[in-house]
Design a protein around this ligand. Structure first.
Ligand code: HAM
Length: 417
């Protein structure tokens, strides 16, 4: 995205429109409380599973120098998909489109002090200048789970196991999704054998990455522009490489794994095993998220390579998955408060506030209605918010400090503990 000067101001006065739009910027979301509650729950489940495996949370700024992405993310993402601008100090700045270069930079910066293996996770918001559509927006939140410092396949197994257990934690069944695996390294060798000129490999890889979204004629047509040899991939070498992984996953009870020789993953930095979690539902047949091994990325910052494996899982595709499989209802979204205090008139406001404070001090979550509407309306308000119990404070309750707690579902009343 280039910096373009603002267009004609039209009916705006001095750059400020007469009436501002209430719509959010194209391709980004506002999170009203009901949506935020779901978002928060998704993050809680992500955090819970990662922490079960001993992963530590880290964070970073959304701003990064643009050069960080030029080296390894792949041309498409930098040239067409980033929000990049020049700051007041003439630096080229990018709003991070992914977290992997950032985490590689952070690990490389402290490589001497850090104790490996490192298990890190983060839930950053990322920005990509995409054509907004189902599953693709311009800002999304992405769980990143990465392990650094393990060369062996144990790390690939663990990372896929974390991904699998996140799906299970959301209530997904094995048949709801499948884990596609491939070896980037081996498939690269096979593709290179089909090319007249090896330097056209990145082009071929990008084409393969899009294969599933194209008709076979479209694909053949594009392939013929890259190579004169017919496109035949048998995946024998990659199959051998992924067999061991699949075997180890089976031992962990992870059986919905499938070798898929056309799996490429968009980024140039992947070096060996790559994987993607794929929704098997006919209405939502798409990749939900993915990752793989990237052993060379930290060497961009000098020093020896640090082996790494990880994945990124987006909130948009996760939510689509939960909706398609009717799993949102199982999320147990907490209500905004435990008690809702309905106040008859302003004369009881101080007493109501005091009671609320006492309950909060005991660990309860309490909201007070200061609208002084009819009590029936205040109760409706509590019910609408899903708050399970109410307390009505009128003249007597305010005077004596004695009140009842009413359960809105059962209608039963009880004394406070
Ligand atoms: P990625 O495949 O580009 O990988 O993104 C991972 C996931 O993030 C996608 O599968 C999808 O769930 C979500 N996602 C990506 N772009 C968008 C978008 N525009 N709108 C909504 N959701 C989106 C990576 O980003 C790698 N850096 C992941 C990784 C971490 N590899 C190793 N460690």
């Amino acid at each position: 995205m280039k910096n373009t000067p603002s267009k004609t101001l039209g009916d705006k006065q001095g750059g400020i429109p007469k009436k501002l739009s209430t719509e959010s910027y194209k391709g980004v979301r506002d999170f009203f409380p009901a949506d935020m509650a779901i978002e928060k729950k998704i993050f809680d489940i992500w955090r819970g599973v990662c922490e079960k495996y001993g992963y530590e949370e880290y964070g970073a700024s959304v701003l990064e120098p643009a050069e960080l992405y030029r080296a390894k993310s792949g041309e498409e993402i930098v040239n067409e998909q980033t929000y990049t601008f020049i700051d007041r100090g003439e630096r080229e700045v990018t709003l991070r489109p992914e977290m992997t270069p950032t985490v590689a930079r952070m690990v490389a910066a402290r490589r001497r002090e850090l104790t490996f293996p490192l298990r890190w996770y983060s839930i950053p918001n990322l920005f990509r200048y995409e054509n907004p559509q189902r599953g693709r927006l311009r800002e999304h939140w992405q769980l990143n789970v990465d392990i650094f410092g393990v060369e062996g396949i144990e790390a690939d197994v663990e990372i896929i196991s974390v991904a699998y257990n996140i799906m299970k934690a959301f209530g997904a069944k094995d048949e709801d999704f499948c884990i596609r695996i491939n070896s980037r390294h081996m498939i690269q060798k096979e593709i290179e054998n089909l090319l007249d000129d090896k330097t056209s490999y990145p082009k071929a890889a990008r084409l393969l990455d899009k294969k599933e979204k194209m008709s076979s004629e479209e694909f053949q047509n594009e392939w013929s522009k890259i190579s004169k040899k017919p496109f035949v991939i048998n995946g024998v070498m990659a199959r051998e490489r992924t067999n061991e992984l699949q075997g180890k996953l089976t031992l962990l009870g992870i059986k919905n794994v499938m070798f898929y020789p056309f799996l490429m993953r968009g980024f140039d930095y992947y070096t060996d095993i790559i994987f993607e979690i794929f929704d098997t539902n006919q209405e939502n047949r798409r990749a939900l998220f993915g990752g793989g091994r990237y052993d060379n990325l930290t060497s961009l910052f000098g020093g020896d390579k640090i082996p790494a494996v990880g994945f990124g899982m987006g909130d948009v595709t996760m939510r689509d998955f939960l909706e398609t499989h009717d799993l949102l209802k199982n999320l147990q979204i907490p209500t905004s408060a435990d008690y809702y205090i309905c106040v008859v008139s302003p004369a009881e406001a101080d007493a109501a506030t005091k009671i609320a404070e006492k309950l909060r001090a005991k660990g309860s979550r309490v909201a007070v209605d200061f609208s002084y509407k009819k009590i029936g309306d205040q109760i409706k308000n509590a019910d609408k918010r899903g708050i399970p119990e109410i307390i009505v404070i009128g003249e007597d309750e305010a005077k004596n400090g004695i009140y009842k707690i009413k359960n809105l579902k059962t209608g039963e009343e009880r004394n406070p503990e």
